[in-house]
Design a protein around this ligand. Structure first.
Ligand SMILES: NC(=O)c1ccc[n+]([C@@H]2O[C@H](COP(=O)([O-])OP(=O)(O)OC[C@H]3O[C@@H](n4cnc5c(N)ncnc54)[C@H](O)[C@@H]3O)[C@@H](O)[C@H]2O)c1
Length: 246
């Protein structure tokens, strides 16, 4: 069987309602995976799940009880997962100066991006241990290396990278492969919001700025989804640590 075929894979995509997660849910389903879409946006999450012939589970990744309940529900319905793809994330505080940065914003972004990734990995681990060649894939960003409009986002993604590389070492002896993905600028709600924000503060037209960015190389979610679907597959067996995309 073609290893890129995901027919025997059960894949949990957290943050799967929109953007990169949504494209990944649809592509994994197209390649034969059993897909579970988890998100706190119920309307878009259910719509994506329906399009991917997937199960939808509502989750708020910042809330440990909610993440535990998501995994308990998947244990009941599916019994195991073979891959966790954690794409839930937010970007707040773009272009805010250090001296003006609100602690509430910092904590909110860390809670979703970093604590959320930790909680998903923590509670999904028992489900992964029942899977075949299990994999965890987290989404960091070049923001982790200092290319960011937001202090909070940069710090949060540094934490995601550290979590991923630490788990890669600690979980390898247990047979769980961990990868951290670093996408470039991708045309999603999150990225468009930042481009619009930048245009507004410069007194420019937000829509024109988004159009210009799309013209000059902003990537599409499907491009990243193809990489994520590969990382979910057994074909990625030898991939360790970090992977960058455009
Ligand atoms: N778009 C880019 O240019 C880009 C670049 C690098 C990294 N990333 C990362 O890729 C990932 C996906 O981002 P995207 O661009 O597709 O954004 P998006 O805004 O399109 O999608 C994010 C998803 O996360 C969900 N979410 C947010 N908070 C949640 C919570 N508390 N609990 C559960 N779900 C929650 C949202 O409902 C949404 O469906 C994020 O981690 C982001 O930081 C994006």
């Amino acid at each position: 069987m073609n290893a890129m075929n995901l027919q025997n894979k059960t894949v949990l995509i957290v943050g799967g309602a929109a953007g990169i997660g949504q494209a990944t849910a649809l592509l994994c389903a197209e390649r034969g995976a059993t897909v579970i879409v988890a998100d706190f946006n119920e309307t878009e999450g259910k719509a994506t799940a329906q399009a991917a012939n997937a199960t939808f589970v509502r989750v708020d990744v910042t809330d440990e009880a909610s993440v535990a309940a998501m995994c308990a529900s998947i244990a009941q319905t599916h019994g195991k997962i073979d891959a966790l793809v954690q794409t839930a994330g937010i970007l707040k505080g773009a272009y805010v100066n250090l001296e003006d940065f609100e602690m509430a914003t910092l904590r909110q972004v860390l809670d979703v991006n970093t604590v959320g990734s930790f909680l998903c990995a923590k509670h999904a681990k028992p489900l992964l241990q029942k899977g075949q060649k299990p994999a965890i894939i987290l989404i960091s960003s070049p923001a982790a290396y200092g290319v960011s409009s937001s202090y909070a986002y940069a710090i949060s993604k540094g934490g995601v990278s550290a979590l991923g590389t630490t788990m890669a070492g600690k979980l390898a002896p247990e047979g769980i492969r961990v990868n951290v993905l670093f996408p470039g600028g991708i045309n999603t709600y999150m990225k468009r919001s930042v481009i619009e924000e930048d245009a507004r503060r410069k007194g420019e037209d937000p829509q024109a700025a988004v159009d210009a960015a799309a013209q000059s190389g902003l990537g599409e979610p499907l491009g990243v989804a193809r990489v994520l679907a590969f990382l979910v597959s057994d074909e990625a067996d030898y991939v360790r640590g970090s992977v960058s995309t455009r």
